[in-house]
Design a protein around this ligand. Sequence first.
Ligand SMILES: *Cc1c(COP(=O)(O)O)cnc(C)c1O
Length: 799
Amino acid sequence: MLSSQQFQTLFDATLNRYCEARFLTPSQLSDTQWYQFLATLSHQTVLQHFPANAPLANTRKVNYLSMEFLIGRLLGNNLLSLGLYDETNQQLAKYGKNLVDILEQERDPSLGNGGLGRLAACYLDSMASLSQPAIGYGLHYQYGLFKQAFGDEGQQLESGDGWERDFYPQQYHRADFRQTVGFGGKVSLISGDKYAWQPEWTIFGEAFDLPVVGYKGVQQPLRLWQGYSESAFDLATFNDGDYLDAESRVVDAAKLTKVLYPNDNHAEGKALRLMQQYFHCACSVADILKNHLAQGRTLEQLPEFEVIQLNDTHPAIAIPELLRLLLDQYDLSWEQAWAIASKTFAYTNHTLLPEALEQWDQKLLTQLLPRHILIIERINDQLRQQVEAAFDKAEFDAAWQETAVLFDQRVRMANLCVVGSFAVNGVAQIHSDLVVSDLFPAYARLFEGRFHNVTNGITPRRWIRQANPKLSALLDQHIQGDWTQDLSLLNQIEPLAKNPAFQTAYRAIKQQNKQALAAEIEQTLGLKVNCEAIFDVQIKRFHEYKRQHLNLLNIIATYQSLKANPQQDFVPRVFIFAGKAAPGYFMAKQIIQAINGVANVINQDPDMQGKLQVAFLPDYRVSLAEKIIPAADVSEQISLAGKEASGTGNMKLALNGAITLGTLDGANVEIAEFAGNENVVIFGHTVDSVRELREQGYVSKTYYEQDAVLKQAIDTLADGTFSNGDTERFEALVNDMLNHDYFCVLADFASYREAQDIVAKRYQDQTAWVESTILNTARLGAFSSDRSIRDYQTRIWKK
Ligand SMILES: *Cc1c(COP(=O)(O)O)cnc(C)c1O
């Protein structure tokens, strides 16, 4: 570590060199140049002065395989972790500069879609902070998630995000770590278990390392692979054209990692995506084996020293890939290879949604990966024998239908993961229970002890310390010990929840954060919002199961009620939205456009000024989340029960003093348990009552016909009020709600409105409200990702 004196010297010397090279003096540097200078300085400081690689203790080294890492801006976070944040601010002050402004110059590397990628980033932070030896393996997409803007009619517009094109100094190319990856070609049987694969094409994988800096811990790499080749290859020769558009038949290898697929909780089944998956796994597994063997260890020792944690099924193909290397390259028998691989992998399930459970066409997989399909077939045969032995004849068909890896010409990746892993976990208690009871009951019988829960968490370094410096300072004042490292220490403020001075301070901070967000909203949207109003926040990907349209229907109904009865007692609200829809997800894009349409009308209505306002901030990303979350009063977590595996936005918001308005879904259940039922507002159907609803035959139209308020809200969406008289714009959304409504928005509407009334009533008693929000902060320390990582250590990664 660097002393403060050493850092000052380094700062001055580096600044001199930076300025000399540009024939500038420090006073002539732009904020962008200050950022470039600081980012380079920080990167060098990390590499040269911060310890690398924690030693192995009681756990194995974790190889965290994820197609997505939504890491957000690094500079502020790294300076904090290095303990150089205040120091840097002081240095900058000498030049009349403010660190917060400089940090705004950094672009988010948006190498993920949403919660799954952000979880991976929080886990890397926690592992480095807890000195859990780990390496993150992902892909170096040239374009991350698209940038979002809104068109004249409120529709989502997408543009490419070349995140590293201008300048991105916090990574380095590891030319010596290059891997070679094959695709297509032929497999020949040599003898017995032995096969030889001659791929038709090969692509190089180039490694880029981004150091992950743990809080007072170590730095360890996030290693991202980028595709590279001198020649193009023709995908059309190994499929019949079903999978690809005509113009994308020829794929040049550099394109392999060009874009991140923009789907959240939805599998698209495209050949290029499968190629990305295999490329990611082949590079990573080879790197893991290389490092393992370089330490003089044997292949048999692999599970003793390494674990490969699969973040969802996207890296599932790593299982047959490791088997392939052990069998074909290292000449082990099937039994030896299986014994090693099946003790090395652990799998995290992230969803029960059928459209998100990956299944690959067997023909496509055979053409792209002819050796791997043979291995998968062998796994499937071996499994069949086990299922036959464990279930009697009457049960077999049902059990096999659930457990088979190969079924109906499809390769079921979740099944491959369950069979090939020694541990499987869900991401919140209710979700882990549903994995066993609904998704994989036969597996749970077959593989006793394999299924676990590890409830997700969030890193307090980014989501409290960095995002909410004012709250952090208050916590520092009142907490003994460093809560940043041990979030359970937050419980020390519980006794202060009723203390008037503490309440005043806590409330003043929320108010200042609301003013800062209001300034951001005004700058972005030109909308002046009332900071005395409830800031009611729903920020997350747009998906029907998350039900932003339930929120919207309530806003419309509230608007109509205020128009009809302007004198009513009303607690002012600002509804704040942010989130992207996958470009190919029509219904989600309809919902975005409808929110913008409604916002436009409400915000321009003079009767609504300061009473009811709607702010939809474009381009949701980590750095925007950091601005919205500290300012939220209400956290909307309103997915249909049973559909949100965990959620992590719910944790960020609650810890920053927002009251959860939610269904009994995902981690909301545990948040309510920890915070206390009186400090959250729960509404809507439960997993069990949704089941009953469906068994009775759910007909959404009945709710529409029997609830005049609901009827009027939907009719107004249809009649052009929010679309400049265009009665067709929201037709698809309206039709879906009336005739389909798979996510039961209409069934939860009345209950949601009652819950919103409860929120408004509670907010009017500010003393009780602030007490409740303090208790949320005080009682939710368990939602630190440090706790999640410790759960992984004791339940899954232990030796
Ligand atoms: C936390 C986070 C998410 C996940 O939000 P949920 O509400 O749990 O879906 C998605 N995107 C970003 C940028 C985040 O920070």
